[in-house]
Design a protein around this ligand. Sequence first.
Ligand code: SAH
Length: 215
Amino acid sequence: MIFNDTFKHHGKRKLLVEELKRKLITDLHVLDAIEFIPRHFFMDNAFTEYAYQDKAFPIEAGQTISQPYTVAFQTQLLEIKKGEKVLEIGTGSGYQTSVLCKMGARVFSIERHKVLNSRAQKSAFSPKYAPQTFFGDGFMGLETHAPYDKIIVTCGAPFIPQELVKQLKTYGKMVVPVGSDVQVMKLVYKQNDTDIQVVDHDKFKFVPMLENKVP
Ligand code: SAH
């Protein structure tokens, strides 16, 4: 990992933000966070040179750091406000987690790969933006800190996990990509304890959300 943020990196981030604007990301808080967070801090050395390309890259444990557009799209759908409690499923590199922290959310993030969970705990990019990270199965959510204003699932789920809907506040929102090979980005609004409203957005490609197989 390279923890050196230069003018050159900042310049590349500005270009990335311009690219995301062209791709119709309009939430200024999301764009500010992407301009601020050094994505190269969250990537293996072999790829840091490409950190500001709008692409996903491999990280440890056969997983990926999400494409910046995907991070921006999911975050924009959630309309994050300062102080909101957000649960993330799939900490991975910790990049999405840091974007949420920078936006002022109180972030709880779960990861099923021990190696990624430990790294995220050590490499929070600044104590000011430190999330609370947990090792476990995202299908179970994190009941101890529930309910959440917002939930973001960053792996491809086979269905909308009911336990997560339960842990969402009434009028809360969850963004979850659902499908096997390709996933439809679903925005779930919780209307009350029994009713949800689901809006389908574009298709994306995520690594799978794996059930009951914490390695
Ligand atoms: N937000 C991450 C995306 C990482 S890829 C980033 O920006 O880097 C998705 C992550 O979800 C992987 O690290 C994978 O191990 C994790 N994952 C898959 N199924 C899971 C589950 N059931 N519970 C928790 N994490 C899971």
